[in-house]
Design a protein around this ligand. Structure first.
Ligand code: NAD
Ligand code: MG
Length: 386
């Protein structure tokens, strides 16, 4: 067996996926790329396959299967298609770590499959923990699987906890940039456009998470993600707006001491740390310079104007499938906003109404998440059509 770590990247054509490939390319002696997958960007998937020569590629969209198959016909690369294949390819013996860089609820099934196959998880797909955090953490424990966070805030917390795992956390602070509409009033938000919402001040990311950042839903999802990753109670998780995005998050311990993890915003660092923990690899990323940032500032998030953050806390308190319902509603409303079918403020309005209307199933099993997800999508869609 090779000494290299076998990696599967689910969602290799996305923002996280392409940056993960840069990391893998930078350390050819450490990683062995086994599997890459994409939903519909067949051209980029083919390019990546030809360059990195993984053993397997999966194209989710079945109508693109022939094109990918043909393009890779002269290689040894196996090509599969469909959502079922995603859950199967993570199980290959050669795969050590699965990077879940796909977006949305679609991450749930393959993540469960990867845990059941005892693969280490590098988790970017926060929606999986939001939807089914209890199930996922229970399974991970059962199979002795480590879940390493890729999300920058959670990686920050995780980095602060190295060497402290036996010490109790009093609370954590997740930092938030505030997004492009920080400081906006409801009246101002009534007029914002899709183009404005897609312009994040500090990070370049996929469309869905960029809209989630503008609406503070992303921070809400991250609060729930943190609850499960670090086994915290809702009241132990606080959010503080920090527009410079230099402090990526903080932990406060029981003696009052606080640890923060800092650096210039660059997702390659948390991606890399999740793939190499506990080691830190030398990089040539630009270094932080204090004099470029003479002031790091902090403010309260405006939860009245940006309702989504409170909705996430609400869903967390409601337990059962409530967070799954909120996530499903949000996937539907963000999609509708991206298609310019609803306004920016409608996102939180419809999310809230869906959370109210859709019954949460207590003590959920996998099938209950599937049911709540489908039901919430139906309700959100009907609210959009109104
Ligand atoms: P993206 O939209 O850029 O890429 C998504 C990837 O998932 C693509 O490769 C796409 O082909 C694949 N995909 C989309 N729908 C799919 C489906 N139904 N089934 C299978 N694959 C599908 O998204 P991104 O910004 O890279 O984000 C990926 C995940 O990482 C999200 O959960 C996001 O919240 C999280 N995350 C992203 C960032 C970031 O900087 N981009 C930071 C923190 C966390
Ligand atoms: Mg984040």
């Amino acid at each position: 067996m090779s000494e290299k770590k076998g990696i599967a990247i689910l969602g290799s054509t996305g923002s996280i996926g392409t940056q993960a490939l840069e990391v893998i390319e930078a350390y050819p002696d450490l990683f062995d790329l086994q599997v890459i997958t994409a939903q519909s960007n067949a051209d980029l998937l083919i390019q990546q396959a030809l360059k990195f020569q993984p053993n397997v590629v999966v194209i989710g969209d079945e109508s693109k299967y022939e094109a990918v198959k043909q393009a890779l016909i002269d290689t040894d690369i196996s090509v599969y298609t469909g959502a079922e294949s995603l859950a199967q390819v993570v199980e290959f013996h050669e795969v050590h770590t699965v990077l879940t860089a796909l977006v949305g609820y679609a991450g749930l099934k393959p993540t469960i499959a990867a845990i059941r196959a005892s693969k280490t998880i590098a988790l970017a797909n926060k929606e999986t923990l939001v939807v089914a955090g209890e199930l996922i953490t229970k399974l991970a424990k059962e199979y002795g699987v480590n879940i390493y966070p890729v999300d920058s805030e959670h990686s920050a917390i995780f980095q602060c906890l190295v060497g402290e795992f036996h010490n109790k956390i009093e609370k954590i602070y997740l930092t938030a940039s505030g997004g492009p509409f920080r400081g906006f009033t409801t009246e101002q938000l009534e007029k914002v456009t899709l183009q404005q919402a897609l312009k994040h001040p500090n990070w370049s990311m996929g469309a869905k998470i960029t809209i989630d950042s503008a609406s503070l839903m992303n921070k809400g999802l991250e609060v729930i993600e943190a609850k499960w990753l670090f086994n915290l109670k809702p009241e132990q998780i606080d959010v503080i707006v920090h527009p410079q995005s230099i402090i990526h998050s903080l932990v406060q311990f029981e003696d009052g001491s606080m640890k923060a993890q800092m650096g210039l915003p660059d997702m390659k660092l948390p991606i890399q740390f999740a793939l190499t923990y506990p080691d830190r690899l030398k990089t040539d990323f630009p270094r932080f310079n204090f004099l470029d940032y003479p002031q790091l500032t902090f403010e309260q998030p405006d939860r009245k104007t940006f309702r989504n953050l409170d909705l996430a806390y609400q869903a967390m308190e409601m337990e059962g499938t409530a967070a799954c319902i909120l996530n499903a509603a949000n996937e539907v409303t963000v999609d509708a906003f991206l298609k310019e079918q609803i306004s920016f403020l409608d996102i939180a309005k419809i999310n809230e109404e869906t959370l109210k209307q859709c019954p949460s199933i207590m003590k959920p099993e996998y099938e209950d998440f599937v049911q709540s997800d489908a039901e919430a999508r139906k309700i959100a869609l009907s609210l959009i059509q109104k």
